[in-house]
Design a protein around this ligand. Structure first.
Ligand code: NAP
Ligand code: MG
Length: 403
């Protein structure tokens, strides 16, 4: 059988610890035997980030802008403990943060559903994709403690030097606290476009919610920007695709989400997204089954797993002990990127390969072969726990049957 040929390279961002091991195994067992894999390789492993003063992260983000599609392995975000472990020159910033800022991107997280693992909300038979606006609000706030007798005001100076003031609270008889939040219209617009583009890409409805009835300027601006961009740029495309944009209040949205069967994209303001993504991920069962894609407003895609480098398993691996680490989310990052590359380069063969590899993975788990994390959750009777590498080999058996 001849290998599938690629046209344009994918940007490949290698990473750290157990996911770096899995990365190589996925390539060796499931990709290079079938595809003449063309990638532009960037080593985002912490050792190389430190050697290059983190320039490699910036280079990889620029390459992603150039080629349009990237696949990323999980990477260590250094903390104090990592400084001596890797003999670091600096506590380098999170690569994901750097890449997201450079691409002005929005992160979409979607669970992978398999038979045998029932979500805590049994009606959720389809995945709910959470899109989190990753700029501003409480994450870029300014706060003050206010002593008794103080008075807090908002003061705004415009470009001409005109000052407008509004009282927040007069703390005449008690001490208190205040918080200043902001957001940018350009960032909200990028978020809206990323959500609408991604919805067209995967043919799913978009739900968006704020508390605009209470926050008549702040939250209402989010609602207005979404409505205006939808009306002017996406309404017709959505109608053609048979999908909808639905706006409601955040508390109503939460109630509807719980009652729903899933299957849509839930666009969330920064804080809502922080909280709801953890709730949704937990409710679907496993962080190891959650995919993540960063989408820029101009249509650049970076695919990855939502979990980290699975450090504890890596230390076992280093001691020569057997591991049973779930490779599914990392594998789906590869299939997502290959499918997108195939779509952009008009390579139906590559797209079909990605579909079959995903199907083979799901079939493997649904037939009872799974890693330890899923073994604990699965309700299948014939389930069998396998090690990291044997899982990928089992997927390969099924893949061969599908090709
Ligand atoms: P983690 O790597 O996601 O792992 C947390 C725990 O979740 C693991 O110890 C494991 O539980 C379970 N788990 C996660 N993924 C799994 C998988 N694929 N298969 C089986 N079990 C899995 O998070 P962490 O330990 O907090 O962080 C480790 C490193 O990852 C940190 O340096 C952090 O900076 C980095 N990180 C990177 C990214 C990213 O690049 N996107 C995201 C998050 C964290 P058990 O140990 O109980 O088996
Ligand atoms: Mg959170």
């Amino acid at each position: 059988m001849s290998k599938i040929q690629m046209k344009t390279p994918l940007v490949e961002m290698d990473g750290d610890e157990m996911t770096r091991i899995i990365w190589q195994e996925i390539k060796d067992i499931l990709l290079t035997p079938y595809i003449d894999l063309k990638t532009e390789y960037y080593d985002l492993g912490l050792v190389h980030r430190n050697e290059t003063d983190d320039q490699v992260t910036i280079d990889s983000a620029n390459a992603t802008k150039k080629y349009g599609v990237a696949v990323k392995c999980a990477t260590i975000t250094p903390n104090a403990a990592r400084m001596p472990e890797y003999n670091l020159k600096e506590m380098w910033k999170s690569p994901n943060g750097t890449i997201r800022a450079m691409l002005d991107g929005t992160v979409f997280r979607t669970p992978i559903l398999v038979k045998g693992i029932t979500p805590y909300i049994p009606t959720w038979t389809k995945p709910i994709t959470i899109a989190r606006h990753a700029y501003g609000d409480v994450y870029k706030n300014v706060e003050m403690k206010c002593p008794k007798g103080s008075k807090a005001e908002l003061v705004l100076t415009d470009a001409e030097g005109n000052v407008s003031r509004e009282q927040i609270f007069d703390f005449k008889d008690t001490a208190g606290i205040i918080q200043g939040l902001h957001n940018r219209e350009d960032s909200i617009g990028s978020f809206a476009r990323a959500c609408f583009n991604y919805a067209l890409d995967c043919k799913k409805d978009v739900w968006f919610a704020t508390k605009d009835t209470i926050s008549k300027k702040y939250d209402h601006t989010f609602k207005d920007i979404f409505a205006e961009i939808f009306e002017n740029e996406y309404k017709e495309k959505f109608a053609e695709a048979g999908i909808e944009y639905f706006y409601t209040l955040i508390d109503d949205a939460v109630a509807r989400v719980i009652r729903s069967e899933g299957g849509y994209i839930w666009a969330c303001k920064n804080y809502d997204g922080d909280v709801m993504s953890d709730m949704v991920a937990t409710a679907y069962g496993s962080l190891a089954m959650m995919t993540s894609v960063l989408v820029s407003p101009d249509g650049v895609y970076e695919y990855e797993a939502a979990h980290g480098t699975v450090q504890r398993h890596y230390y076992k691996h280093l001691k020569g002990e057997e591991t049973s680490t779930n490779s599914v989310a990392t594998l789906f990052a590869w299939t997502g990127a290959l499918r997108k590359r195939g779509e952009l380069d008009e390579l139906p063969e590559l797209m079909a390969f990605a579909d079959k590899l995903e199907k083979a993975t799901i079939q493997t788990i649904e037939n009872g072969v799974m890693t330890g994390d899923l073994y604990l959750l699965s309700k299948l009777e014939n389930k069998q726990k396998v090690n990291t590498e044997d899982f990928l080999k089992a997927v390969d058996e099924r893949l061969k049957a599908l090709l």
